[in-house]
Write a protein that binds this ligand. Structure first.
Ligand SMILES: [Zn+2]
Length: 132
């Protein structure tokens, strides 16, 4: 896995674009994801539970940022424990809502990096991953 491929996958994920073609939008609404990429036909909704990995990504980002933020704020301003709880309590509730779409996009990008052959079949064909 070379750096250029990883960089491209990350850029596409952060732009909320298809990991394979980079053109198709991953979301048609605030949280609605089409079953396939509208441009290349990559299967996005693969199976029930597929996006559990996105939940782990979202959780890891939230906890990592909250812990780093807590200790940085403690070292910098040393606010009272009540303020710390208020700030980071609000953060751990609101940040995952904001990062939900990015977590799913990062999960798709990671999956595509690990297994780019999992193409999801040709557009409109039902493909290898389509219904039997
Ligand atoms: Zn695509």
């Amino acid at each position: 896995m070379d750096r250029a491929r990883v960089s491209l996958a990350l850029r596409r994920a952060l732009a909320l674009r298809c990991p394979r073609c980079g053109s198709g939008r991953l979301f048609t609404g605030l949280v609605r994801m089409p079953a396939r990429c509208p441009v290349c036909g990559l299967l996005l909704e693969r199976e029930a539970g597929y996006f559990i990995g996105a939940i782990y990504i979202n959780y890891g980002l939230t906890v990592g940022l909250a812990l780093a933020g807590y200790f940085l704020l403690e070292a910098w301003l040393a606010p009272s424990p009540g303020w710390q709880v208020a700030i980071w309590g609000a953060f751990v509730v609101l940040f995952p809502l904001w990062s939900f779409r990015y977590s799913k996009a990062l999960w798709l990008a990671l999956d595509h990096l690990v297994d780019p052959t999992h193409a999801g079949g040709e557009p409109g064909s039902g493909g290898a991953d389509g219904p039997p």
